[in-house]
Design a protein around this ligand. Structure first.
Ligand code: OSB
Ligand code: MG
Length: 369
């Protein structure tokens, strides 16, 4: 297949609620939606998970647009592509910029699957046709407010509750949640808010039987995490620190974590995600699929990836309706009793709602290859 045209769209969608992490608050989601067309005008869709500000990682919506327009899209010109695994090799000369790469690669995976009339999850080698998911809850103004939100999601049936922590919103908060919900699967995500000097504080979290503590230390660290993991009973899960198969291999070798959160964008695409998944499976390291407040297209890719066999822990792929009044896919992603039924339709398995896309688009450009 050849990619003949790529359309980049800048979308802007209001979140139903502000989402606060240790590094900042999201109210609006802005992102790039990628549409890749083949010789026959068939379209595949990808969604960049880069935010507008470089607080989670160094990429932004604007740097993604620049890298796609000036480097990645031109690299696909006249390329005959037999399989989407080739995209990551084509993009290899460009260092990092993983979210930009993953958005285009994702569109090619969808297109490839649609051409073969198979669901994306099958193209990836996934087998599970229903997946279990949890929910990620932001930092709140009060513990009472947080407890109410936790209850709401426990009652909805989500399979595990993740809460964001930061210095000053950690041990006491986790204690209160555990007291109110003694039996739920519970975890905390620090988004790199702590340092090795905080070891004693992190150790106090061992008391609450957490499934894991996600990314306590710096976003580029795997050395200090190994030291913390040695001292903690609770498994450490790495998110920000893992950008590639090589990072995962080194983290496992050092003992920096016992669990890995795979985000397709953070690691540069589905091909790299599969490689990390396989490595972890061989080493008995469970993985789960992280979230970046995705709209429907990104959500659909996360669902497809989660069908692989070593995604044994519930991920962050909550229902569309949790985030959006209106999503950009039809039907939207539905979660029932913490479970998503994986659709058997070709490609990402959901129809992109072009009217909704148009409604949320604030800029658009077409590139002919
Ligand atoms: O660290 O997993 C994270 C949201 C934005 C940036 C980073 C993270 C998150 C989440 C939300 O935890 C996951 C979601 O609901 O999509
Ligand atoms: Mg995280």
């Amino acid at each position: 297949m050849k990619i003949k045209e790529i359309v980049l769209r800048h979308l802007q969608m209001e979140l139903k609620f502000p989402f606060t992490t240790s590094f900042g608050t999201f109210r609006t989601k802005e992102f790039i939606l990628v549409e890749a067309k083949d010789e026959n005008g068939l379209s595949g869709w990808g969604e960049s998970v880069a935010f507008v500000s470089p607080f989670y990682n160094e990429e932004t919506l604007k740097t993604n647009w620049h890298i796609m327009e000036d480097f990645l899209i031109p690299m696909l010109k006249e390329k005959e592509i037999a399989h989407p695994d080739e995209i990551s090799s084509i993009f290899e000369p460009i260092r990092k910029n993983n979210m930009a790469k993953a958005a285009i690669e994702g569109a090619v995976w969808d297109l490839y699957s649609k051409r073969n009339a198979v669901p994306l999850y099958e193209s990836l080698g996934g087998k599970n046709t229903s997946i279990e998911v949890g929910v990620s809850i932001g930092i709140q103004d009060s513990i009472e407010q947080l407890l109410a939100i936790v209850k709401e999601h426990v009652d909805e049936g989500y399979k595990r509750i993740k809460v964001k922590i930061k210095p000053g919103w950690d041990v006491d908060v986790m204690r209160e949640i555990r007291r109110a919900f003694p039996d739920i699967a519970l975890m905390a995500d620090a988004n790199s808010a702590y340092r090795l000097e905080d070891l004693d504080l992190l150790k106090q979290l061992d008391e609450f039987d957490l499934m894991m503590i996600e990314q306590p230390l710096a976003s580029d660290d795997i050395v200090d995490h190994a030291q913390v993991q040695k001292e903690l009973r609770t498994p450490i899960c790495l998110d920000e620190s893992i950008h590639s198969y090589e990072d995962a291999r080194k983290a496992l070798q050092l003992g920096s974590c016992k669990i890995i959160n795979i985000k397709i964008g953070r690691v540069g695409g589905l091909t790299e995600s599969k490689k990390i998944h396989d490595l972890c499976k061989e080493n008995n390291i469970p993985v789960w699929c992280g979230g970046m407040l995705e709209a429907g297209v990104g959500r659909a890719h996360n669902i497809a990836l989660t069908t692989l066999s070593n995604f044994v822990l519930p991920g962050d792929t909550a229902a569309s309706s949790r985030y959006w009044e209106q999503d950009i896919i039809k039907p939207e992603v539905v979660v029932e009793n913490g479970t998503i039924d994986v659709t058997n339709k070709a490609g990402i398995g959901y129809e992109v709602d072009r009217q909704a896309v148009e409604k949320f688009t604030v800029a658009e450009k077409t590139y002919s290859l």
